[in-house]
Design a binder for this molecule. Sequence first.
Ligand code: RNT
Ligand code: ZN
Length: 421
Amino acid sequence: MTLYQQAKTKYEALGVDVEAAMSKLQSAPVALHCWQGDDVRGFDTDPTKPLTGGIQTTGNYPGRARTPEELMADIDLVLKLCPGTKKMNLHASYAIFDEENGGWVDRDKLEPKHFKKWVDFCKERGLGCDFNPTFFSHPKCDPLTLASPNEETRRFWIDHGKACIRISQYLAEELGQPCIMNIWTGDGFKDIPADRMGPRMRYKEAMDEILSEPFDFDKVKPCVESKVFGIGVEAYTVGSAEYALLYAALNAGKCIPLMDNGHYHPTEVVSDKIPALLSFFPELALHITRPIRWDSDHVVLLDDETKEICKEIVRCGGLEGRVHMALDYFDASINRVSAWVTGFRNVQKALLMALLTPNEQLKTLQDTDQFTELMVRQEEMKTLPFGEIWNEYCRRCGAPEDGAWFATVQQYEKDVQQARG
Ligand code: RNT
Ligand code: ZN
């Protein structure tokens, strides 16, 4: 018996169907965020200007992708080193301008043609694509965007949002998979505001206008992402948790909520919020990240909360299309490809662990008040030979096992990334 077969027998003894777990995982796409490769710079603004909107990358590890070609090459390596089904996740700031499509335009004038090269990239690799309007790191942030009191600023960003709906529809149609279009703005204030409601009313109206742009909800899924605070906007965030959740609740059929697990107070957990929201919303979207103290964007590890989030996704029917999963982190202090791969593989691991859990049996223990046994069984799950099933899953996906991919990244760093200025 191989190590895999031995491990499989152990899971089967608990009533777990290992084959079914692996094939289920392969059917569920996880969106890979393009912005880990270049520190959220994009291609449409001056790359030497700092990020704005309450987000920041720290670190100056060499090898940042500077062009679409470099970014795509890096993504190709990530795709190769990760098992499972991926889709791309782009920000509008990653529009590709060239002579053929008429060169640079501002964000309110973006068109599908500026994403043609990404569509070709996705088509060649059989990927779907999610999308995000970019309401930050731009001269038109005053510093507010959709919540700005300035009519002209607001108009610019509303037009940007509408352009992004059209682009999302194009991506969905070209690639034959729904496009999750996430609206997040960093609008907020560093210090105590005098008017908390005005910006929220303006944000609401602006969102209504953006969503009045025609789209097919089966193809384009607009989301609204909340946040508790950001760097430089510590006192007040327009799109707070209650605000974003209620907007989505009251605009059913047009908008779904997006939870980023880096965007809550430190003892709040998104794992618990998933079933809470799914009690009311048919579907929701997630940004999977790792909060650490005041920061929300560290590389995803195989930590307790990541595992718990994935358990809830699995148990609540998330893999049947109710939960749209995406990664969202950016670390500029380590090799960016390695950061990408580590986080993506960890989400796959946590999902596989959740699928290898005898959820029905554990639920029965809970429902029959057998809490002593529930604790014992849940604890014993932790020492099962998960690694052998994981390695088998990687082999079946044609991806390297643990221990067999990092050397490829080291070589790539030497051959390709170090040569970048
Ligand atoms: C920022 C939000 C947002 C961004 C990306 C780049 O705090 O999480 O989702 O990280 O859109
Ligand atoms: Zn996010």
